[in-house]
Design a protein around this ligand. Structure first.
Ligand code: CAA
Length: 642
């Protein structure tokens, strides 16, 4: 497929390049350093008519072609990869599915403001257990009357929380795999739809990326995009186009790095001549230019195919994979050419180097792009029926937990009941560890989240940590944004995972990174005034209440007096959910020794407690090693022998 950019394309390139040089370049480093979303710049991009480049003027778009859109992302990314992805995620992920699958009413209501730049769009597909395997979606949407009730969460969502319109993928019919997934348009502001703080990323720091949480969010049924069950196809088709955008982003970042390196190489004199005159550098520049040209051809060719409504899924995967792979090589060479100067903050190539990396990861890792390309060349790898579905994880991030919500008439009674449970579980509150024990070594941690409010309440938290015999920790925002504790006290950062026994989370909603950081805790207690906070699904005991009221009561109940030094930590056995009446047979996996115990079922495989081995679906497989059900052997001991 050949193509040639036309005069209109090149005029658009010129206009966007001038805009990017004048408006973005001067503040790009500052935005990077401050992790600052460019609200004003995005507004101006909208005013220039570039937020809806490939969409019809009928819906507020510019009515241009897909190559024009790729050029826009490329030119913005040439100066700032963060601004490039804001446009890319908005246009090809936020707006496209509405344009391609929306009803007339949906296009009027949602596409118009997106394409005209009045609103920003985003795409909610990725979840903790649904990354490369996008079919692993666990967010659910249950139709009740005129609304879908949406529950679950999404991670790594570009443009959150800035976007006002989100295309969200959720399971509407469980148990039937990808055909049970549907797409819904969800507005920011719907009750129960909340956001985490944006991530602190390595690169593209001017863009905003955050987690979405849905707690019984009522989504009007007219916001269903396409038909029920069409969601996975909508997601895949959307990503086919999105990959052109990410390829263009990678190309733009690499182009910016190449131009900086070329300029530097011509100016930098060593051994009596510009380093560009050294063959070793000139060859690097030659290779960089060749790779850029090849990437650009691949991208514009895929864009042209999309424009012509040809099948372009393979070509967009090729463009994304190649452009981002060579972008990493090009930014690396560009920094190398800059020598030590390139390693200093404030020099563009340092930022380009960091910005480029994500392009080999998001909108499908480059490994997935190769899966897509290969499946077009040689057909899809056959799937073993049932297996993928059976091992899908549905449990909370922290594993199987008691999830005992304490309900009492007063906060004091709730606290009393909690302390009784903890003592029954073996916790001795006459002993304690120093409050500043490193998180990774602590036997107990009392941890505060944003619910703490302000510094004045930290004294109360310290008092509680002392009463619980625990070290004091926090969630990421409390250390990073509110700066109430040093960074080394935030739980979930690498090297700061809590592996001890008791974790008491106060006013922490439960971002996935935090939950991963406490998954090895023996007992998790959650206290939060929001009953929908994800932490509750990940806790053994929960109290819905105001932490400012509960902290002093809990400290009092645990005892504020002197604590004896705690003995060396002995790991408390993880509490298991209450058993149902025993006496069903246990079956053992011949592959790995896993025991299927009907008292627990297989929560990760959506098998309820109480399901006998015989009643398991035929395609159920061992959750540990995928051994097939038929190979399990009956144990010669009863289920209640443990
Ligand atoms: N277009 C339309 N339909 C498609 C399709 C496509 N490109 N690809 C697959 N489908 C359909 C298939 O035809 C199939 O339908 P039938 O059952 O009717 O045949 C169905 O979808 C399932 O297809 P597969 O069996 O091939 O699906 P799979 O589960 O094996 O997944 C995969 C394939 C390519 C690995 C896919 O999971 C994938 O693309 N994973 C990567 C996910 C990804 O890119 N995530 C990015 C998140 S967004 C993001 O990153 C944004 C950002 O930050 C900027």
């Amino acid at each position: 497929m050949l193509f040639k950019t036309n005069k209109e394309h090149e005029e658009l390139r010129k206009a966007i390049r001038e805009f990017a040089e004048a408006e973005i370049k001067p503040v790009a480093f500052q935005m990077d350093q401050e992790n600052k979303f460019p609200d004003e710049i995005v507004k101006k991009i909208g005013e220039n008519g570039w937020m809806g480049i490939p969409y019809s003027t009928k819906y507020g778009g510019a009515g241009k072609d897909v190559i024009s859109y790729a050029i826009a992302v490329e030119e913005l990314s040439r100066v700032d990869g963060g601004v490039g992805v804001i446009l890319s995620a908005h246009t090809s992920l936020g707006a496209y599915p509405i344009e391609a699958f929306g009803t007339e009413a949906q296009k009027e209501k949602y596409l118009k403001p997106l394409a005209s730049g009045e609103a920003i769009g985003a795409f909610g597909l990725t979840e903790p257990d649904a990354g490369s395997d996008a079919s692993g979606t666990q967010t659910t949407a249950v139709l009740e009357g005129d609304y879908y009730i949406l529950n679950g969460g999404k991670i790594f969502i570009t443009n959150a929380p800035k976007a006002s319109t989100y295309v969200v993928f959720a399971v509407t019919t469980p148990g039937i795999g990808t055909k049970g997934i549907s797409a819904l348009i969800v507005e920011k502001g719907y009750e129960g739809f909340t956001f985490s703080d944006p991530y602190d990323k390595m690169g593209i720091r001017s863009s905003s990326t955050a987690e979405l949480t849905f707690n019984n969010v009522k989504v009007p049924k007219e916001n269903l995009l396409g038909q029920e069950g069409q969601g996975f196809r909508i997601a895949m088709q959307t990503l086919d186009g999105g990959r052109i955008g990410i390829a263009a982003q990678a190309l733009g970042i690499a182009q910016g790095a190449y131009e900086a390196a070329l300029k530097y190489a011509k100016e930098r004199i060593q051994f009596g001549k510009p380093i560009a005159q050294q063959q070793v550098i000139s060859f690097k520049l030659a290779d960089m230019a060749t790779k850029l040209r090849a990437a650009r051809f691949l991208i514009y060719s895929a864009a042209e195919m999309k424009q012509n409504h040809e099948n372009y899924g393979m070509e967009s995967a090729m463009a994304k994979q190649y452009a981002s792979d060579v972008a990493l090589e090009i930014v690396n060479d560009a920094l190398q050419i800059h020598g030590g100067n390139g390693f200093i903050k404030g020099i563009d190539v340092e930022r380009f180097y960091r910005d480029a990396k994500i392009t080999t990861i998001y909108e499908g890792t480059n490994e997935i792009q190769r899966v897509v390309i290969a499946s077009h060349l040689i057909g899809k790898a056959p799937k073993k029926k049932g297996k993928a579905q059976a091992v899908k994880k549905d449990g909370p991030i922290t594993g199987v937990r008691k999830r005992h919500m304490i309900k009492a008439d007063t906060a004091k009674d709730a606290v009393k009941e909690l302390v009784e449970h903890l003592k029954k579980d073996g916790y001795d509150f006459s002993v304690g560890i120093p409050i500043d024990t490193p998180i990774a070594d602590a036997e107990r941690v009392v941890s505060v989240g944003k619910g703490i409010g302000s510094e004045e309440f930290m004294k109360e938290a310290e008092k509680l940590a002392h009463a619980a015999g625990a070290a004091l920790g926090s969630s990421r925002p409390v250390a990073e944004n509110m700066k109430l504790l040093p960074l080394e006290r935030y739980v979930g950062m690498s090297g700061q995972k809590f592996k001890g026994n008791l974790y008491i989370a106060l006013g922490i909603s439960g971002a996935s990174q935090h939950l991963k950081g406490i998954k090895d805790a023996s007992t998790i207690v959650a206290i939060n005034r929001n009953p929908g906070a994800p932490i509750f699904k990940n806790a053994d005991y929960g109290i819905v209440g105001d932490i400012h009221e509960i902290m002093p009561l809990l400290a009092e109940a645990l005892g504020t007096g002197e604590k004896k030094p705690a003995p060396p930590m002995k790991k408390v056995r993880r509490s298991k959910p209450r058993k149902l009446a025993p006496n069903y047979g246990v079956y053992v996996c011949p592959g790995c020794g896993y025991e299927y115990d009907p008292n627990y079922g297989d929560p990760e495989g959506e098998i309820d407690a109480g399901t006998t081995f015989e009643k398991l679906p035929d395609d159920w497989v061992c959750p540990e090693c995928l051994e097939e059900k038929q190979n399990f052997v009956q144990a010669d001991f009863p289920a209640d022998r443990k």
